[in-house]
Ligand binder design. Structure first.
Ligand code: ADP
Length: 268
């Protein structure tokens, strides 16, 4: 087991090494200043799970370590590795989005919107067993969308998971999908933490987290909405948030151009 844990820690370090190398190769040309701030944000984000891994590593090397402590430290190693992997995945994805490497046009498919929404709800259910009881979905039954299902799932899934993460367990969440003018509008409304004017702008910036999120130790990387915004823009859409202020809930909106919508239902 010890070999496995040490192996995992080494794997984590190799992962981090790869990312740092990847980032440094990006630092060139006119984007130098922007890239430098990216590197320093990433380094900052990587430091805490890495420091924690180092501590676990040292603890596990102690002779006669009680089983109870060993199990606890292994749990910590698992959490840190999970966090590192998620961070690395998201950083690589945002770097690819920034460089316009993802080609959206080749992956178009037609899918049933409500079904895709329900899949995201199933996936978010592990965060709250009673999610379905407090969730309202307003979506025309027969609405079909021509787009990239994976992108939709990532965008919508992230907004839904945030609504769950940043609101009280028994509060209501409302999801709405409709055709508005020549666009498809999606919204996710919660009765949670809410956002002041400054944060309504900044939540889409890389690594930005509100003081309330960090104070309440809600787990997160501050990369989700940055990636979501890059994807929405890549698909030719817009994203914004409305909130009456801190403590008053938030509504995130996404609007896509209408040509991604195909409706087989005459009433829409
Ligand atoms: P993460 O959730 O991993 O921190 P995100 O990029 O998804 O990263 O969100 C950035 C920040 O925006 C969060 O840390 C949180 O402070 C704030 N935020 C996101 N969604 C909501 C929401 N529904 N209500 C209140 N604050 C939110």
């Amino acid at each position: 087991i010890m070999t496995l844990v040490i192996g995992c820690i080494l794997l984590g370090m190799i992962l981090v090494g790869t990312v740092v190398l990847f980032i440094f190769t990006q630092v060139q040309g006119s984007l130098l200043r922007q890239q430098k701030s990216f590197v320093s944000s990433v380094t900052h984000e990587l430091r805490s799970p890495l420091a924690s891994l180092q501590l676990s590593f040292e603890t596990l090397q102690r002779p006669n370590l009680p089983d109870r402590i060993q199990t606890k430290v292994m749990g910590m190693v698992e959490r840190d590795l999970e966090r590192l992997t998620q961070l690395v995945d998201r950083i690589l994805l945002s770097a690819r989005l920034d460089r316009g490497i993802l080609d959206y046009t080749t992956q178009l498919e037609t899918f049933h919107l409500k079904e895709a929404i329900l899949k995201c709800v199933d996936r978010a259910a592990h965060m709250d067993r009673h999610l379905k009881n407090r969730l309202t979905i307003i979506c025309p039954e027969h609405m079909k969308v021509r787009g990239i299902r994976l992108a939709f799932t990532m965008i919508f899934g992230n907004l839904l998971e945030n609504a769950v993460k940043y609101s009280p367990k028994d509060s209501l969440i409302e999801v709405c999908a409709k055709r508005q003018d020549r666009e498809l509008w999606l919204s996710v409304k919660d009765q949670g933490f809410g956002l002041n004017k400054r944060d309504q702008r900044k939540v889409f910036h890389m690594f930005h987290r509100t003081p309330r999120a960090t104070k309440n130790a809600v787990p997160g990387t501050g990369l989700g909405l940055y990636i979501v915004r890059s994807m929405v823009r890549g698909l030719g859409g817009r994203i914004w948030v409305e909130s009456e202020g801190v403590g008053k809930g938030s509504t995130f909106y996404v609007a896509f151009p209408a040509d991604v919508v195909i409706s087989r239902d005459q009433s829409y």
